[in-house]
Design a protein around this ligand. Structure first.
Ligand code: HEC
Length: 159
């Protein structure tokens, strides 16, 4: 087949892959603004979560220290079995997925939030959560192989 047909097939294949993953937007937004994140947290999360030291569990677990910690560790909170057993550590990337569609990340997760659909709002909320923890999270490699390939190419060109 000619290069044009090949390109179309490739585009379709990528589109199909993208459609499958479309439930979760991998866009992490820009650098997070924690002050704006605090306002958004009040709006979206505080009905179920307390973020401060000494905060109590409510409908959701107390979140102080959750950023950068293994999932399911707030003392005295009854988590879903799958979240507790997930072994996930709360990195910005996973939080970005979690606050869009918890059950897509952990099947059977019992957090029913209205998805935070704006990438920058998610980044701001995550920046706020980072201020409510002493845990340090290392940056992860890009989740999408194509993104990794692009980065690699750019790095090569630069040298
Ligand atoms: C309707 C209540 C509700 C809302 C709103 C809500 N959550 Fe939750 N959240 C929960 C519940 C319940 C769990 C436990 C889920 C499970 O066990 O599967 C949870 C778990 C979490 C966890 C994992 C904590 C841990 O110790 O592993 C994080 C992080 C979190 N929520 C962040 C947020 C953020 C950020 C928002 C706002 C954008 C939010 N939640 C909105 C109820 C809620």
């Amino acid at each position: 087949m000619g290069p044009k047909v090949y390109a179309t097939v490739l585009a379709l294949a990528l589109f199909a892959g993208g459609a499958q993953a479309a439930a979760i937007d991998p866009n992490m937004g820009g650098p997070g603004n924690a002050a704006h994140g605090e306002a958004l947290f009040k709006q979206h999360c505080s009905i179920c979560h307390q973020p401060d030291p000494g905060g109590k569990n409510g409908v959701g677990p107390a979140l102080y220290g959750a950023y950068g910690r293994r999932a399911g560790q707030a003392p005295g909170f009854t988590y879903s079995d799958n979240l507790k057993a997930s072994g996930l550590v709360w990195t910005p990337q996973l939080l970005n997925q979690w606050i869009q569609k918890p059950a897509a990340l952990v099947p059977g997760a019992k957090m029913n939030l209205a998805p935070v659909s704006v990438a920058q709002d998610r980044a701001d909320i995550i920046a706020f959560l980072a201020t409510k923890s002493t845990n340090v999270v290392k940056a992860e490699a890009p989740a999408h192989p194509a993104a990794a390939a692009t980065t690699h190419k750019k790095a090569k060109k630069a040298s």
